[in-house]
Design a protein around this ligand. Structure first.
Ligand SMILES: *Cc1c(COP(=O)(O)O)cnc(C)c1O
Length: 400
């Protein structure tokens, strides 16, 4: 193990070093990962909501083998059957819109911003900017377009900053005030993930939607973390009476391979025309083939259904823990996207994570003190029982 640690520090930039756990992964199987020393870990992190079906799912492996023998990459100058099939599935399962594929979440946001700019220019009389929520997370890239010096690529898009208006989650007064600036869109995560698993209430979501409709502002959702069945519906917005104009997706869609994108409601889907946007790799035929398989397993094989039952079971167990333990302050989230707020400081929470690792459980911490659980949708009752028991013992022992 130490040799992997040393070599990582020698050759890989330290942008993640302090967040790394001291294990090197050798393989995964079912809902577990195994390290190079053979220790087993129940994976309640799933590579940040990516490995929705756990590891080495037989249907994922079968699709991988099948597609690998056909082609890995083609290009957007040919028709790409796995991607067309996936786009059709996504469209029919959501707003019947059209899909633009990317390789990652942040690229989905970038595509959205460019698309919105065309919307501002071609479909509004001067509306501009995006309303977002305080503590939201939509990606990390800076915008390579500024450095691309081919006028036909950049001339239709702005150099300057897009106006951004920040409002507090659940604060409708602030939202109403922000809408007075005549923005073009509102973009929100239905459950703010890295902000500490903050679910937006049904009332806020539906009222924000109505306000957007009344003010002619596009209602757009970042479902990069909440999508792919994580909250109990394929996309979290489907719990509510709302019909988003754009939906960003990534993380779980590619079955473990990089894939993302946006689905835009049909009435706006003509805004992107030939040359307006593009990328060499996306949609990767391999990732798209896996995407089809993930969707089939989630819906046709009933995994989303059983995941909803397991979610209820896990919520009951954690809420029981909250009632019986002085250490658990709050359990929040939606479906299999959970935040457990413990009554302890950042050091204590780090120790909880490390102790759980030693006991064979992979969990995440976000906002320094909030335990984030993103288990695979294939989690079983036995998994939940062993996890909750170890977690209860650990927090009583570590946090006072
Ligand atoms: C992870 C995430 C992103 C960024 O996705 P990357 O693939 O890491 O670029 C954007 N929005 C949300 C809500 C996310 O969870």
């Amino acid at each position: 193990m130490t040799s992997w640690e040393e070599r990582d520090h020698e050759f890989i930039m330290p942008t993640y070093t302090k967040q790394k756990l001291p294990i090197a992964i050798a393989r995964g199987e079912g809902n577990s990962l195994y390290d190079t020393e053979g220790h087993q870990y129940l994976d309640l992190f799933t590579g940040l909501a990516v490995n929705t079906l756990g590891h080495s799912h037989p249907k994922i492996i079968a699709t991988l083998k099948d597609q690998a023998e056909k082609f890995l990459h083609i290009s957007n100058v040919y028709y790409n059957p796995p991607a067309i099939r996936l786009a059709e599935k996504l469209s029919k399962a959501t707003n019947n819109g059209k899909v633009f594929f990317t390789n990652s979440g942040t690229e989905a946001t970038e595509a959205f911003v460019k698309w919105l700019h065309k919307y501002e220019k071609e479909a509004t009389s001067g509306q501009s900017g995006i309303v977002v929520l305080r503590q939201s997370f939509h990606g990390r890239t800076l915008g390579a377009l500024k450095l691309t010096r081919q006028p036909h690529v950049y001339q239709d898009f702005p150099y300057s900053d897009i106006p951004v208006y920040e409002v507090e989650p659940e604060n409708l007064e602030q939202l109403e005030a922000a809408l007075e600036n005549k923005p073009a869109a509102l973009l929100m995560e239905p459950v703010l993930g890295s902000a500490g698993i903050l679910p937006l209430s049904q009332f806020f979501m539906e009222t924000a939607y109505q306000l957007c409709r009344e003010n002619d502002v596009l209602f757009c959702l970042d479902e990069i973390q909440t999508g792919m069945g994580r909250t109990g519906e394929l996309f979290a917005y489907q719990h509510y009476h709302i019909d988003p104009d754009a939906i960003l997706f990534a993380k779980g869609i590619g079955g473990g391979l990089p894939l993302g994108g946006m689905i835009v409601a049909d009435r706006f889907s003509g805004l992107f025309q030939t040359g307006d946007h593009g990328t060499t790799f996306a949609p990767s035929p391999m990732a798209a083939a896996l995407g089809n398989t993930v969707l089939e397993v989630l819906t046709d094989d009933g995994v989303m259904q059983t995941a909803a039952e397991q979610a209820t079971y896990l919520w009951d167990a954690l809420e029981h823990l909250q009632q019986t333990s002085a250490v658990v302050e709050e359990v929040r989230g939606k479906g299999l996207m959970l935040g457990v707020v413990l009554n302890g400081d950042a050091d204590a929470i780090r120790e909880v994570r490390e102790t759980m690792l030693q006991k064979g459980f992979l969990i995440d911490v976000t906002q320094k003190t909030i335990i984030r659980l993103l288990p695979p949708l294939t989690i079983t009752r036995e998994d939940i029982d062993t996890f909750v028991q170890a977690f209860a013992e650990t927090i009583e022992h570590v946090v006072q």
